[in-house]
Design a protein around this ligand. Structure first.
Ligand code: NDP
Ligand code: MG
Length: 385
């Protein structure tokens, strides 16, 4: 069997590192041919050595120079353009899209133009530019393989089913670390507390998004675009144990679910080896040990991000791009302790309210809406000072 040649975007992050863990288990099937990240050149150099990779890219140009000096045998692409150049140069069989944020969009589009198969963890491009990404994928005849555990759950449940038979998706949410907090307690939450997620170890942006439930709002977009559904067909259910990764309700009332330990290596492996399943040594689910699985409706009052995501999705046009950009800005400010936890939804709502929508037909429209949001919120911050 031929090796699947893999390029990992966001190799140094939580998903990137776990992707390498999985690849290591299947040396006869999977081969890393390229690695890309933003600025963590030391880890990237170490990964390149370990996996005998000779071509890498770093978006941060200074970090790229440091890497090129330290490891002259490496071919190092640099800058935002470098992320696209490495895709064109390597022509991988599979791109693992695991950059955090909208920065991952250009290399995704480049890979789709090349008809490169894609394992997608990076959710922001599907929020901000879902139509563009999915249209490019279907034009190229490329199947998008989800890595996000909830989307993978539905993807697995739908194997052998017809998407037309789906009545509803029941999208499960851990509820984040503050599921049981009162509104008053939420107002006091610090970045440090928010970074301490109970079930998943993830990068900072997605961890904060999990705490505000914006992550679940983003997953509504992922479900919509990956499976061609309406926003109304996707319902969020709080499930603290993160064992049932999502469910599909079919038109005859039967409900299918996918279960597993909260371990991202499972959906990563499924995407990398798709359509094959192969044995692994990861711990197994022990239901008797877990005891009970609980389900509850989310509290829209405490977690307005869920409502904002749904409203932006239904309104369409450039609203989802603004939603994504405002969230990126607000989360960054919260992590820098410039704003409070509940300012995150407040600023996003303000940006959505002030925005004059337009239709998003290409990458330049995405950039325009994204930049408008950053400018608008930047102005608010300047006025506050
Ligand atoms: P991390 O913050 O851990 O990692 C982000 C990765 O992207 C790093 O390799 C980082 O490089 C790189 N990166 C960030 N910005 C840029 C940029 N401008 N150009 C190039 N590379 C960049 O994030 P996660 O791994 O947690 O998440 C990645 C994506 O997967 C997100 O979209 C997230 O929502 C999604 N996801 C994550 C899950 C998880 O369990 N972690 C679960 C489901 C989805 P560097 O290290 O150099 O900064
Ligand atoms: Mg998820």
């Amino acid at each position: 069997m031929e090796h699947k040649r893999i390029l990992i975007m966001g190799a140094t992050g939580s998903i990137g590192r776990q992707t390498l863990d999985v690849i290591e288990n299947y040396p006869d099937q999977l081969q890393v041919v390229g690695l890309a990240a933003n600025s963590n050149w030391e880890l990237l150099a170490q990964q390149a050595r370990q996996f005998a990779v000779s071509t890498v890219a770093l978006a941060d140009e200074q970090a790229a120079r440091l890497l090129a000096d330290a490891a002259p045998q490496l071919q190092v692409y640099s800058g935002d353009e470098g992320l696209q150049e490495i895709v064109r140069e390597l022509e991988p069989d599979l791109l693992v899209a695991a950059i955090s944020g909208l920065a991952g969009l250009p290399p995704i589009m480049t890979a789709l133009e090349q008809r490169c198969e894609m394992a997608l963890a990076n959710k922001e491009p599907l929020v901000a530019a879902g139509q563009l990404v999915t249209t490019a994928a279907s034009r190229a005849g490329v199947r998008l393989l989800p890595i996000d555990s909830e989307i993978s759950a539905v993807f697995q449940c739908l194997r052998g089913e017809q998407t037309e038979d789906v009545e509803k998706i029941l999208l499960t949410a851990s509820g984040g670390p503050f599921a049981d907090y009162t509104k008053a307690q939420l107002a006091e939450v610090t970045a440090k507390q928010a970074l301490d997620h109970p079930t998943w170890q993830m990068g900072p942006k997605v961890t904060i998004d999990s705490a505000t439930l914006m992550n679940k709002g983003f997953e509504i977009f992922e479900m919509k675009w990956m499976f061609g559904l309406e926003f109304e067909q996707i319902e969020v259910v709080i499930h603290h144990q993160s064992i049932v990764h999502s469910l599909v309700q079919l038109c005859d009332g039967n409900v299918l679910a996918q279960l597993g330990r909260p371990d991202m290596r499972l959906p990563i492996q499924y995407a990398l080896l798709y359509p094959d399943r192969m044995p692994n040594q990861f711990d197994r689910l022990d239901l008797a040990d877990i005891g009970s699985l609980t389900f509850a409706a989310p509290d829209p009052d405490k977690f307005p991000c869920l409502r904002l995501a749904r409203e932006a999705g239904r309104s369409g046009q450039s609203y989802p791009t603004v939603l994504n950009a405002a969230d990126e800005v607000a989360v960054a400010w919260f992590l820098q302790e410039k704003i409070d936890f509940m300012d995150i939804p407040r600023l996003i709502e303000q940006a959505l309210e002030e925005h004059e929508p337009f239709s998003v037909n290409n990458l330049s429209d995405v950039t325009t809406a994204d930049q408008w949001t950053r400018d608008y919120l930047g102005q608010i911050a300047a006025d506050r000072r």
